[in-house]
Design a protein around this ligand. Structure first.
Ligand code: OGA
Ligand code: MN
Length: 205
């Protein structure tokens, strides 16, 4: 299945239930070079501790989230990052066509969870500014087993309104997409370095 067909399915599922998982969204030939770039950036010490909150309420709290991030700069993308960015821009268009969310821009960072780190249950929208509308996570790990931990656990109500949890392992090439302000989620403690590239579609310029 080509990417544009996958993007169409993502938009449809997002519209129907607010979240979607796609295995093998990108082939290894596309995501593996992103992993190598991430490792290179990491070795050059360019990752920073991720924080929570925005503006004055920003704080680094490893007891809440322990990952390190590297923000992509739209104007200084590597050729591989540009490929990823362009695919995400196509996804944005598909989601707008199906879901009418008024998405206008995209922001993205690499994320690395060192062994032992996690991110407690949260929503991706900031309390003061709710411009993050859709979250899209692409996992870059070449190999991942359940005993490596590090699942993304998402929470959603079943047909009886009772909350269910679902664990999603960060397997390379897998994409997870959900409504940022509506789907509570957490990253369970990882036992291995855990790499991903996360983006948000926003309704601001
Ligand atoms: C986040 C987040 C989940 C994941 O960065 O906000 O929840 O699986 N990431 O990496
Ligand atoms: Mn999150």
């Amino acid at each position: 299945m080509d990417i544009s067909k996958k993007n169409q399915l993502i938009a449809e599922e997002l519209y129907r239930k607010g979240w979607v998982i796609v295995d093998d969204y990108l082939p290894e030939a596309l995501y593996f070079p992103l992993l190598l770039e991430q490792q290179d950036i990491l070795e050059h010490g360019q990752f920073r501790h991720a924080g929570i909150g925005k503006g004055e309420s920003f704080a680094i709290k490893p007891e809440i989230r322990g990952d390190k991030v590297f923000w992509l700069d739209e104007y200084q993308l590597s050729p591989m990052q540009k490929k990823y960015w362009e695919i995400m821009e196509k996804l944005l268009i598909q989601i707008n066509q199906r879901c009418f969310l008024g998405l206008r821009s995209f922001e993205s960072h690499f994320a690395m969870y060192p062994p032992g780190s996690f991110y407690l249950r949260h929503l991706d929208q900031f309390q003061q500014v709710a411009y993050r509308i859709v979250t899209v996570i692409l996992y870059l790990n070449k190999e991942w087993e359940e005993e490596d931990g590090g699942a993304l656990r998402i929470y959603f109500p079943d047909e009886n309104g009772i909350e269910q949890g679902l664990d999603i392992y960060p397997k390379g090439g897998r994409l997870v997409c959900f409504l940022s302000g509506e789907l509570p989620h957490e990253v369970l403690p990882t036992h291995k370095e855990r790499i991903s590239i996360t983006g948000w579609f926003k309704n601001t310029g």
